[in-house]
Design a protein around this ligand. Structure first.
Ligand code: FES
Length: 149
């Protein structure tokens, strides 16, 4: 059994240590807001936080999350930054199809936690690993600026 701290709660799962965290979140814990895109750490759809750092849960073994605070899109609004980012996303109507947006929000929150007034360059650098097929990048950037106010 593996003990995990997810969104402020402790839970135990019976999985192999090398199981990708994404599948533990989705299949074992039914936290399906974290999405599967490429499975190779390339698209960002599966982004979650480990101790505040954005990680690609598809390519992170669950064993790497032991002893760390895991936050997913379901729990990101427990902190003020998560709330203001989600409010900005809604206000600016960022989402188109929506599939990548959990990961986008998780990366945006991590950015703002470390940089309260990011420049366009900072935003582009922090969000470069999150791909959006609908190309909502302009609205994402605007929402991050809004959330930073
Ligand atoms: Fe993890 Fe694409 S599904 S980076």
């Amino acid at each position: 059994m593996i003990t995990l701290n997810i969104n402020g709660s402790t839970t135990r799962v019976d999985v192999a240590a090398d199981t990708p965290l994404l599948w533990v979140l989705r299949d074992q814990l039914h936290l399906t807001g974290t999405k599967y895109g490429c499975g190779m750490g390339l698209c960002g759809a599966c982004t979650a936080h480990l101790d505040g750092t954005p990680i690609r849960s598809c390519s992170t073994p669950v064993s790497a999350a032991v002893g760390k605070k895991i936050v997913t899109i379901e729990g990101v609004d427990r902190a003020r930054t998560g709330q203001v980012v989600q409010e900005a996303w809604k206000k600016l109507d960022v989402v188109q199809c929506g599939y990548c947006q959990s990961g986008q929000i998780m990366s945006a929150v991590a950015l703002l936690e470390g940089n309260r007034k990011p420049s366009d360059t900072d935003i582009d650098a922090a969000m470069a690993g999150n791909i959006c097929r609908c190309a909502t990048y302009v609205r994402i950037r605007a929402a991050i600026h809004q959330a930073a106010q």
